[in-house]
Design a protein around this ligand. Structure first.
Ligand code: SF4
Length: 196
């Protein structure tokens, strides 16, 4: 069972396979592993203690950033994620990044943004589409059409709370024109935009 894996100078944590979306481009539909991980499907979700034990096995001097990512939406385990983020800061003095679909507040049924202050250094949010209808088509969220507004509100809330905010789209999944629209949304919100 792969809890942590490396790719270039970052170490990635795989907390869950749960996700409220079924994105048409999801890498989980194409292969079992990423980076140096052969299989990111979990037999069971690792406990906080198991994640911390796993972190102790890696040479932290090799990595710039510890990233919550993996084969699922990390904020399905928001409280555990933040506990682990605190331990990473205290024990290893490393930057912490969260890669998220931005539906955290819907998933958790509350505003999680205040809890992220001082605990998440960078957040990368998959905006994926320039409007609610296209988001529904591309990401098939279980929360339905309200998902996109929640996503945009989440991005807005992260500005001023999390030092580094980036929004991303997946190259080839939307048109060039739609990518430009997403870039314009990012500019309006005052965050970085990246097509990956
Ligand atoms: S949000 Fe991420 S993990 Fe979930 S279906 Fe989309 S690409 Fe896959």
């Amino acid at each position: 069972m792969t809890i942590a894996y490396s790719y270039k100078r970052n170490l990635y944590l795989n907390l869950t396979n749960r996700c409220p979306n079924r994105c048409c481009f999801c890498v989980r539909n194409q292969k079992k592993g990423l980076g140096d991980a052969k299989d990111l499907w979990l037999d069971k979700e690792p406990t906080v203690d198991e994640v911390v034990e796993e972190l102790d096995r890696w040479d932290m001097s090799l990595y710039d950033e510890i990233v919550f990512c993996g084969y699922g939406e990390p904020t399905e385990r928001m409280d555990d994620l933040l506990t682990i983020a605190d331990i990473i800061h205290d024990r290893y003095d490393k930057r912490v990044r969260l890669n998220t679909n931005g539906l955290c507040n819907l998933i958790n049924g509350r505003d999680v943004i205040p809890d992220m202050k001082g605990r998440i250094d960078n957040v990368s949010i998959s905006i994926n589409a320039p409007n609610a209808e296209r988001y529904l088509e591309i990401c098939d969220p279980k929360f339905g059409i309200e998902s996109y507004d929640a996503l945009i509100s989440f991005i807005e809330g992260c500005v001023g709370t999390v030092p580094g905010v980036t929004v991303t789209t997946v190259s080839g999944s939307i048109t060039d024109g739609e990518e430009k629209e997403c870039a314009a949304i990012a500019k309006r919100l005052g965050v970085r935009y990246f097509s990956r």
